[in-house]
Design a protein around this ligand. Structure first.
Ligand code: UD1
Ligand code: MG
Length: 456
């Protein structure tokens, strides 16, 4: 069935005390509004209308390239007034219109689908939840079982304040009726606002059936109004992700100390120690072990590989049975073959290391092609940048680069070559030979250390 989705995102979010519009604050690295958009997309929305107001241009830019229509609400005179702005953008031919809140990011697609089904293009369906403390929320007023109205907290009579069933801000309504109802709203209430929730009484007056569907958890209907609520929802979201990973067999040292900001997929027998952050798309193959406090973004790690604590990785590919870290940094284009070892304080960028190559200490490999079993000594670097352009370093299989070498690119080190420690190499080094490029060592036999002058 064709569906309109309206997302309300015009509010300022005063309690965030931030220059960033509220719906652009992030959970798991993704804006609140984007979370809601993704849910709308899962539902197969035929038309998505986003209502913007406060910092409208910035909010609209955040959804650039998406198939959405924006309508502006200026000034913001309430949720009913917000939907009024969307009315011209809602085709009647799409029988159901779903209203979502841009600041309720974790609303479940299954729950919303249930609401859309309950509406069926003919009933007004409200998403409600029983709260131990309903303070501030609109109350669902019933006569017997039948829903009669929603009364806002500020307008509620004392006996209505005792009602614990609250409106979550999410509804699905027959499109043509919703449009007529919102255009007829009045603002004769305590806040002098046009309340979207007044459409309930309008439906009841016309004999249109009103149904209430219950949300499955408080988390999915929780709004973000303050940094504290944002952090609470972040933790709830991360906890759910951690549980899903553990259900799939991933062993987390502590589910409370994992952050996935994107998609983490894992093979069998993956272990992740505390304090790790995964961003973008990360894949860990069978038997991968990740040490504590690693930050890994958009990378793939091969089976049996161990990543030691405090390693950073971004846009890297690591082969099987490799060892990386502690304190290693793999930057974009780092491509490590099987059984490669990258040790502490080693930085690799846009470089390929073939099977079994090792750079174990304090080194830089940038724009390099490194052969199999190469041993790259401590303190060695590729000087890949001449101040204007980047150049490649090629190191053949089984080469041995001593400590503290500077390989000035473009340069090629032949297979099996040995480069003496401390060499600055700016010409190609032949295969199989020892190449040394440094001042010759000498010793002076008659030399005397300077002495302090004696006091007179
Ligand atoms: C609303 C409901 C209340 C419900 C609660 C759930 C109304 C009148 N009340 O109250 O019954 O329990 O949500 O959280 O709808 N917005 C606009 N333009 C406006 C005003 C608001 O776009 O002029 C947007 C806000 O950015 C927000 C959403 O609408 O995303 C809800 O607005 P908010 O002010 O939070 O409504 P509540 O008073 O919480
Ligand atoms: Mg609110």
């Amino acid at each position: 069935m064709a569906l309109n989705v309206v997302i309300m995102a015009a509010g300022k979010g005063t309690r965030m005390k931030s220059a960033i519009p509220k719906v652009l604050h992030r959970i798991a690295g993704t804006s609140l509004l984007e979370h809601v958009m993704r849910t709308a997309t899962t539902l197969g929305s035929s038309r998505t209308v986003v209502i913007t107001g406060h910092e409208a241009a910035q909010v609209e830019a955040s959804l650039a390239g998406r198939d959405v229509q924006f309508v502006r609400q200026e000034p913001q005179l309430g949720t009913g007034h917000a939907v009024q702005q969307a009315v011209p953008a809602l085709p009647d031919a799409h029988e159901t219109t779903l209203v979502l809140n841009g600041d309720v990011p974790l609303i479940g697609a299954a729950t919303v689908q249930r609401l859309v089904d309950a509406c069926g293009g003919r009933r007004l369906a409200l998403l409600t939840i029983e709260l131990a403390d309903p303070t501030g929320y609109g109350r669902v007023v019933r006569a017997g079982d039948a829903v009669r109205a929603i009364v806002e907290h500020k307008d509620a009579k004392p006996e209505q304040l005792a009602i614990r069933e609250t409106y979550t801000g999410v509804m699905a309504a027959p499109t043509a009726l919703l449009k007529r109802w919102v255009m007829a709203l009045k603002n004769d209430n305590k806040q002098r606002e046009y309340y979207l929730t007044d459409v309930v009484a309008a439906a009841v007056a016309e004999g249109v059936p009103v149904v209430a569907e219950h949300a499955t958890s408080e988390t999915e209907v929780a709004g973000v109004n303050s940094p504290l609520q944002l952090a609470e929802l972040e933790r709830a979201f991360q906890r759910a992700q951690a549980e899903a990973l553990m259900e799939a067999g991933v062993r987390l040292a502590d589910p409370a100390r994992l952050d996935v900001r994107g998609t983490l997929t894992c093979g069998a027998d993956v272990e992740i120690d505390v304090g790790c952050i995964f961003e973008g798309r990360v894949h860990l193959a069978d038997g991968v072990r990740i040490g504590a406090h690693c930050v890994i973004r958009d990378s793939r790690i091969g089976a049996g590989t161990q990543v030691q604590p405090f390693t950073h990785m971004r846009e890297a590919v690591v082969g099987e049975r490799a060892e990386v870290g502690p304190f290693a940094r793999l930057r974009p284009g780092a491509n490590l073959g099987p059984e490669v070892h990258i040790g502490n304080f080693v930085e690799v960028k846009n470089s390929t290391l073939a099977a079994g190559a090792k750079a174990n200490h304090l080194a830089y490999l940038g724009d390099a092609t490194v052969g199999a079993r190469v041993n790259y000594g401590a303190g060695s670097i590729t000087a890949n940048y001449d101040g204007a352009n980047k150049h490649r370093t090629v190191i053949g299989d089984d080469a041995h680069i001593g400590s503290n070498c500077v390989l000035v690119a473009p340069v090629t080190i032949g297979a099996g070559a040995t480069i003496g420690g401390g060499s600055t190499i700016n010409k190609d080094a032949p295969a199989g030979q020892l190449t040394v490029a440094r001042a010759k060592q000498m010793s002076l036999s008659g030399w005397k250390r300077p002495q302090k002058a004696k006091k007179a």
